[in-house]
Ligand binder design. Structure first.
Ligand code: OMP
Length: 264
Protein backbone atom coordinates (compact mmCIF):
# COMPACT_ATOMS: atom_id res chain seq x y z
CA UNK A 1 0.00 0.00 0.00
CA UNK A 2 1.35 3.48 -0.80
CA UNK A 3 1.46 6.18 1.89
CA UNK A 4 -1.17 8.06 -0.13
CA UNK A 5 -3.52 5.07 0.07
CA UNK A 6 -2.68 4.50 3.73
CA UNK A 7 -3.50 8.13 4.52
CA UNK A 8 -6.82 7.90 2.68
CA UNK A 9 -7.63 4.68 4.49
CA UNK A 10 -6.88 5.94 8.01
CA UNK A 11 -8.70 9.22 7.32
CA UNK A 12 -11.84 7.29 6.44
CA UNK A 13 -11.40 4.78 9.28
CA UNK A 14 -10.88 7.43 12.00
CA UNK A 15 -13.06 9.94 10.15
CA UNK A 16 -10.62 12.80 10.55
CA UNK A 17 -8.16 15.05 8.79
CA UNK A 18 -6.35 15.81 12.03
CA UNK A 19 -2.58 15.37 12.36
CA UNK A 20 -1.01 15.95 15.78
CA UNK A 21 2.46 17.48 15.89
CA UNK A 22 4.64 15.56 18.33
CA UNK A 23 7.00 18.47 18.96
CA UNK A 24 7.86 18.11 22.66
CA UNK A 25 9.61 20.91 24.56
CA UNK A 26 11.20 19.92 27.87
CA UNK A 27 10.55 23.24 29.58
CA UNK A 28 6.84 23.04 28.75
CA UNK A 29 6.22 19.51 30.04
CA UNK A 30 3.22 19.38 32.39
CA UNK A 31 3.94 19.45 36.13
CA UNK A 32 3.50 15.73 36.87
CA UNK A 33 6.06 14.76 34.23
CA UNK A 34 9.80 14.90 34.99
CA UNK A 35 11.61 17.55 32.96
CA UNK A 36 14.18 15.21 31.49
CA UNK A 37 14.65 13.09 28.39
CA UNK A 38 12.67 10.16 29.83
CA UNK A 39 9.90 12.64 30.63
CA UNK A 40 9.69 13.54 26.96
CA UNK A 41 9.02 9.93 26.03
CA UNK A 42 6.48 9.56 28.84
CA UNK A 43 4.74 12.69 27.53
CA UNK A 44 4.71 11.46 23.91
CA UNK A 45 3.30 8.13 25.07
CA UNK A 46 0.46 9.83 26.94
CA UNK A 47 -0.35 11.99 23.90
CA UNK A 48 -0.41 9.01 21.54
CA UNK A 49 -2.60 7.03 23.94
CA UNK A 50 -5.03 9.94 24.35
CA UNK A 51 -5.24 10.92 20.69
CA UNK A 52 -4.63 7.93 18.42
CA UNK A 53 -8.31 7.22 17.74
CA UNK A 54 -8.87 10.85 16.76
CA UNK A 55 -6.03 11.46 14.33
CA UNK A 56 -4.94 10.19 10.94
CA UNK A 57 -1.28 11.16 11.30
CA UNK A 58 1.48 12.23 13.63
CA UNK A 59 4.14 14.66 12.48
CA UNK A 60 7.47 14.54 14.32
CA UNK A 61 9.64 17.58 13.78
CA UNK A 62 13.23 16.33 14.10
CA UNK A 63 14.45 19.59 15.67
CA UNK A 64 12.70 18.78 18.92
CA UNK A 65 14.59 15.46 19.13
CA UNK A 66 17.93 16.34 17.54
CA UNK A 67 18.49 19.07 20.14
CA UNK A 68 19.21 16.27 22.64
CA UNK A 69 21.68 14.43 20.39
CA UNK A 70 21.65 10.66 20.22
CA UNK A 71 19.33 10.35 23.25
CA UNK A 72 16.78 12.54 21.48
CA UNK A 73 16.95 10.31 18.41
CA UNK A 74 16.41 7.31 20.69
CA UNK A 75 13.23 8.96 21.99
CA UNK A 76 12.11 9.63 18.42
CA UNK A 77 12.61 5.95 17.56
CA UNK A 78 10.82 4.76 20.69
CA UNK A 79 7.94 7.13 19.88
CA UNK A 80 7.66 5.68 16.37
CA UNK A 81 7.28 2.23 17.93
CA UNK A 82 4.21 3.22 19.95
CA UNK A 83 2.35 4.87 17.06
CA UNK A 84 -0.29 2.45 15.74
CA UNK A 85 0.79 0.75 12.50
CA UNK A 86 -2.27 2.04 10.63
CA UNK A 87 -1.51 5.70 11.43
CA UNK A 88 0.58 7.87 9.12
CA UNK A 89 3.96 9.10 10.36
CA UNK A 90 5.51 12.25 8.90
CA UNK A 91 9.19 13.10 9.34
CA UNK A 92 9.24 16.87 9.46
CA UNK A 93 12.81 17.43 8.31
CA UNK A 94 12.36 19.95 5.46
CA UNK A 95 15.31 18.35 3.72
CA UNK A 96 16.92 18.19 0.26
CA UNK A 97 20.50 18.74 -0.88
CA UNK A 98 22.61 17.97 -3.93
CA UNK A 99 21.39 14.66 -5.38
CA UNK A 100 24.03 12.40 -3.85
CA UNK A 101 23.45 13.80 -0.35
CA UNK A 102 19.67 13.83 -0.78
CA UNK A 103 19.84 10.10 -1.50
CA UNK A 104 21.35 9.55 1.95
CA UNK A 105 18.74 11.82 3.56
CA UNK A 106 15.91 9.95 1.86
CA UNK A 107 17.38 6.58 2.81
CA UNK A 108 17.59 7.67 6.46
CA UNK A 109 13.95 8.77 6.58
CA UNK A 110 12.38 5.99 4.53
CA UNK A 111 14.66 2.99 5.09
CA UNK A 112 16.16 3.51 8.55
CA UNK A 113 13.33 5.31 10.38
CA UNK A 114 10.66 3.90 8.04
CA UNK A 115 8.45 7.00 8.00
CA UNK A 116 5.46 7.07 5.67
CA UNK A 117 6.03 10.69 4.63
CA UNK A 118 8.57 13.50 4.85
CA UNK A 119 8.60 17.25 4.44
CA UNK A 120 11.07 18.45 1.80
CA UNK A 121 12.40 21.82 0.71
CA UNK A 122 12.37 22.69 -3.03
CA UNK A 123 14.99 25.47 -2.90
CA UNK A 124 17.81 23.36 -4.39
CA UNK A 125 15.76 22.30 -7.41
CA UNK A 126 14.25 19.19 -8.91
CA UNK A 127 17.35 16.97 -8.72
CA UNK A 128 17.49 17.57 -4.97
CA UNK A 129 13.92 16.27 -4.59
CA UNK A 130 14.17 13.28 -6.91
CA UNK A 131 15.86 10.92 -4.40
CA UNK A 132 12.82 11.35 -2.14
CA UNK A 133 10.41 10.88 -5.05
CA UNK A 134 12.25 7.74 -6.15
CA UNK A 135 10.47 6.10 -3.23
CA UNK A 136 7.30 5.74 -5.30
CA UNK A 137 5.25 4.36 -2.42
CA UNK A 138 5.95 7.32 -0.13
CA UNK A 139 4.31 10.70 0.06
CA UNK A 140 6.59 13.76 0.08
CA UNK A 141 5.20 17.05 1.33
CA UNK A 142 7.01 19.89 -0.47
CA UNK A 143 7.05 23.35 1.12
CA UNK A 144 5.00 25.67 -1.11
CA UNK A 145 3.90 28.56 1.12
CA UNK A 146 5.10 28.38 4.71
CA UNK A 147 3.23 29.73 7.72
CA UNK A 148 5.88 32.15 8.96
CA UNK A 149 6.06 35.87 8.18
CA UNK A 150 9.23 35.29 6.15
CA UNK A 151 7.23 33.34 3.56
CA UNK A 152 6.81 36.73 1.83
CA UNK A 153 10.57 37.20 1.49
CA UNK A 154 11.06 34.69 -1.34
CA UNK A 155 8.01 32.43 -1.83
CA UNK A 156 5.68 35.33 -2.69
CA UNK A 157 8.05 37.23 -4.97
CA UNK A 158 6.64 37.84 -8.44
CA UNK A 159 8.69 36.69 -11.41
CA UNK A 160 7.11 37.94 -14.65
CA UNK A 161 3.43 37.28 -13.98
CA UNK A 162 3.69 34.46 -11.46
CA UNK A 163 4.69 34.13 -7.85
CA UNK A 164 7.71 31.97 -7.15
CA UNK A 165 5.62 29.45 -5.20
CA UNK A 166 3.31 29.07 -8.24
CA UNK A 167 6.26 28.43 -10.54
CA UNK A 168 7.54 25.78 -8.13
CA UNK A 169 4.08 24.24 -7.87
CA UNK A 170 3.63 24.01 -11.68
CA UNK A 171 6.99 22.30 -12.03
CA UNK A 172 6.23 19.81 -9.26
CA UNK A 173 2.79 18.96 -10.64
CA UNK A 174 4.15 18.28 -14.10
CA UNK A 175 6.91 16.00 -12.76
CA UNK A 176 5.48 14.06 -9.86
CA UNK A 177 2.34 11.97 -9.40
CA UNK A 178 -0.51 12.73 -7.02
CA UNK A 179 0.41 9.59 -5.04
CA UNK A 180 3.99 10.81 -4.55
CA UNK A 181 3.50 14.57 -4.16
CA UNK A 182 2.00 16.32 -1.16
CA UNK A 183 2.15 20.07 -0.58
CA UNK A 184 2.66 22.23 2.51
CA UNK A 185 0.67 25.46 2.72
CA UNK A 186 0.44 27.39 5.99
CA UNK A 187 -3.02 28.27 7.30
CA UNK A 188 -1.81 31.85 7.69
CA UNK A 189 -1.83 32.25 3.87
CA UNK A 190 -5.51 31.68 3.07
CA UNK A 191 -5.49 33.26 -0.38
CA UNK A 192 -2.46 31.27 -1.43
CA UNK A 193 -4.10 28.14 -0.01
CA UNK A 194 -7.10 28.77 -2.26
CA UNK A 195 -4.89 29.21 -5.32
CA UNK A 196 -2.87 26.08 -4.60
CA UNK A 197 -6.06 24.11 -3.93
CA UNK A 198 -7.50 25.17 -7.29
CA UNK A 199 -4.38 24.17 -9.20
CA UNK A 200 -3.63 20.98 -7.26
CA UNK A 201 -7.10 19.58 -6.83
CA UNK A 202 -6.17 15.98 -5.91
CA UNK A 203 -2.92 16.26 -3.97
CA UNK A 204 -2.86 16.09 -0.20
CA UNK A 205 -2.17 19.50 1.31
CA UNK A 206 -0.60 19.53 4.76
CA UNK A 207 -1.68 22.66 6.61
CA UNK A 208 0.30 23.80 9.66
CA UNK A 209 -0.22 27.12 11.42
CA UNK A 210 -3.48 26.40 13.23
CA UNK A 211 -3.70 27.17 16.96
CA UNK A 212 -0.50 28.74 18.28
CA UNK A 213 0.25 30.50 14.95
CA UNK A 214 -3.25 31.91 14.57
CA UNK A 215 -4.41 30.43 11.22
CA UNK A 216 -8.18 30.29 10.68
CA UNK A 217 -9.28 26.67 10.38
CA UNK A 218 -12.84 27.44 9.27
CA UNK A 219 -11.67 29.55 6.34
CA UNK A 220 -9.24 26.86 5.22
CA UNK A 221 -11.95 24.20 5.39
CA UNK A 222 -14.33 26.33 3.33
CA UNK A 223 -11.68 26.82 0.67
CA UNK A 224 -10.76 23.14 0.73
CA UNK A 225 -14.22 21.81 -0.16
CA UNK A 226 -13.65 18.21 0.95
CA UNK A 227 -10.47 17.67 -1.03
CA UNK A 228 -7.45 15.74 0.30
CA UNK A 229 -6.25 17.60 3.36
CA UNK A 230 -4.27 17.02 6.53
CA UNK A 231 -4.33 19.69 9.22
CA UNK A 232 -1.47 19.70 11.71
CA UNK A 233 -1.97 20.98 15.24
CA UNK A 234 0.99 20.96 17.61
CA UNK A 235 1.21 23.21 20.65
CA UNK A 236 -2.51 23.98 20.85
CA UNK A 237 -3.13 20.31 21.61
CA UNK A 238 -0.01 18.93 23.25
CA UNK A 239 0.56 21.90 25.55
CA UNK A 240 -3.12 22.55 26.27
CA UNK A 241 -2.24 22.65 29.97
CA UNK A 242 0.76 22.18 32.23
CA UNK A 243 -1.36 21.43 35.31
CA UNK A 244 -2.17 18.15 37.03
CA UNK A 245 -5.26 17.76 34.82
CA UNK A 246 -3.31 18.15 31.56
CA UNK A 247 -4.61 14.85 30.17
CA UNK A 248 -8.22 16.08 30.33
CA UNK A 249 -7.24 19.32 28.62
CA UNK A 250 -5.34 17.53 25.84
CA UNK A 251 -8.34 15.29 25.30
CA UNK A 252 -10.72 18.28 25.19
CA UNK A 253 -8.55 20.11 22.68
CA UNK A 254 -8.19 17.00 20.51
CA UNK A 255 -11.97 16.49 20.58
CA UNK A 256 -12.49 20.10 19.53
CA UNK A 257 -10.30 19.69 16.45
CA UNK A 258 -11.64 16.21 15.78
CA UNK A 259 -15.19 17.59 15.51
CA UNK A 260 -14.03 20.34 13.13
CA UNK A 261 -12.00 17.98 10.97
CA UNK A 262 -14.50 15.15 10.51
CA UNK A 263 -14.78 13.94 6.93
CA UNK A 264 -18.38 12.75 7.09
P1 OMP B 1 2.46 24.40 16.05
O1 OMP B 1 2.65 25.83 15.67
O2 OMP B 1 2.90 24.10 17.45
O3 OMP B 1 1.08 23.90 15.75
O4 OMP B 1 3.48 23.54 15.17
C1 OMP B 1 3.62 23.72 13.80
C2 OMP B 1 4.51 22.62 13.23
O5 OMP B 1 4.43 22.65 11.80
C3 OMP B 1 5.99 22.77 13.57
O6 OMP B 1 6.58 21.48 13.59
C4 OMP B 1 6.52 23.58 12.42
O7 OMP B 1 7.91 23.40 12.22
C5 OMP B 1 5.71 22.99 11.24
N1 OMP B 1 5.49 23.88 10.09
C6 OMP B 1 5.04 25.16 10.28
O8 OMP B 1 4.70 25.59 11.39
N2 OMP B 1 4.92 26.00 9.19
C7 OMP B 1 5.21 25.60 7.93
O9 OMP B 1 5.07 26.38 7.00
C8 OMP B 1 5.63 24.29 7.71
C9 OMP B 1 5.70 23.42 8.78
C10 OMP B 1 5.89 22.00 8.45
O10 OMP B 1 6.52 21.71 7.43
O11 OMP B 1 5.32 21.14 9.09
Amino acid sequence: MTSFEKLNKIQLKNNTRLCVGLDPQMEKLPKPIPKNIEGIFEFNKIIVELTSKFVSAYKLNFAFYEQFGSRGIEILEKTLEIIPESTITIADVKRADIGNTSKAYARAIYEHFKFDCATVNPFLGMDSLEPFFDYKNRLNFVLIVTSNAGSSDFQKLKIDKKYLYEIILDKLLSNFSVQNLGLVVGATSENEFQKVREIASENFILVPGIGAQGGNLQNILEKNRNQNLLVNVGRDIIFASQDENFQDKIFQRTSYYYEKLKIF
